[in-house]
Design a protein around this ligand. Structure first.
Ligand SMILES: [Zn+2]
Ligand SMILES: [Zn+2]
Length: 274
């Protein structure tokens, strides 16, 4: 094998191990993390295939809707296999959608993949779109991991690479407090963002930006905005340095339910559409 690095060091292996650990710790997350592990294993395969044929990729494929995706055909070829995984391991409602999508007429898949790849302003809404999103995500991550973007002075709330809204936040230790960054749920770009500003509407009034935590999972913060009524979950690495933004965010199901019950809508859904 050419890439002779330890398997456990791929981002997917790390996420799968983190999911196993959290599932053992949090009964409420067992189901979602079980499904996630199947999705992640498939994504890892997709990533490996992209990597072995990945010459000539440019960030433009994420930024320019006229740029053609050199892996479109390959991703399309992976779709039925992915749908089979979801049929087998997904929650009943999603499995049903995967079953129907598998027998969809010609052209439906490529239309769906194109829409999810290029329509960055509208977050995914239907289960079909989330399935396409999960299949495309390793490709976006591949593009991101192969290019160094100059982020100095970047202060916006949208992903500097693919222009999507952030799916989660992170707090990292800095001096006596924590420095906040935002993370894209598609290409997994992380960029710094001011701590007391709503990434949804720019609200800066501290009194309108309540933060909630729960004792059951104390390293996850629900950062709400009373102006635009959105929320984003942030992973506090100062409280748990082993946390993974994607997996820990998925696991914190009760916090999402709590936020929704209190009238907040999620700024951007996660990989599994929650
Ligand atoms: Zn992005
Ligand atoms: Zn807001």
């Amino acid at each position: 094998m050419l890439h002779n690095r330890p398997v456990a060091n791929t981002p997917w292996q790390q996420r799968i191990r983190r999911a196993e650990k959290l599932a053992a710790q949090y009964p409420f997350a067992v189901e979602i993390l079980g499904f996630y592990q199947h999705v992640a294993r498939f994504q890892e395969d997709v990533y490996g295939r992209i990597e072995s044929g990945g010459a000539g990729v440019s960030p433009a494929v994420l930024q320019d809707s006229n740029a053609s995706n050199p892996f479109a055909r390959q991703l399309l070829a992976n779709f039925p296999q992915f749908l089979a995984v979801v049929e087998k391991h997904g929650p009943e409602r999603v499995a049903q959608v995967a079953r129907e999508l598998r027998s969809a007429p010609d052209g439906v898949w490529s239309e769906l993949l194109d829409a999810v790849w290029f329509e960055v302003d509208e977050p995914c809404a239907s289960p079909e779109e989330f399935l396409a999103f999960a299949l495309l995500q390793p490709y976006a991550e591949f593009v991101r991991s192969h290019f160094q973007l100059q982020l100095e002075g970047y202060t916006q709330a949208l992903c500097p690479l693919c222009n999507r809204k952030p799916a989660m936040g992170m707090l990292r230790q800095q001096g006596d407090g924590g420095r906040r960054s935002l993370v894209c749920g598609f290409c997994m770009m992380e960029w710094e963002f001011r701590r007391v500003v709503c990434p949804g509407c720019g609200e800066e009034n501290h009194a309108k930006l309540p933060v909630y935590t729960a004792e059951t999972i104390p390293h996850i913060r629900v950062e709400c905005c009373d102006s635009c009524k959105t929320y984003i979950k942030s992973i506090d690495l100062t409280k748990n340095g082993l946390a993974d933004p994607l997996v820990d965010e998925l696991a914190a199901v009760p916090l999402s339910l709590w936020a929704q019950e209190h009238g907040y809508a999620k700024l951007q859904p996660n990989l599994l559409g929650m």
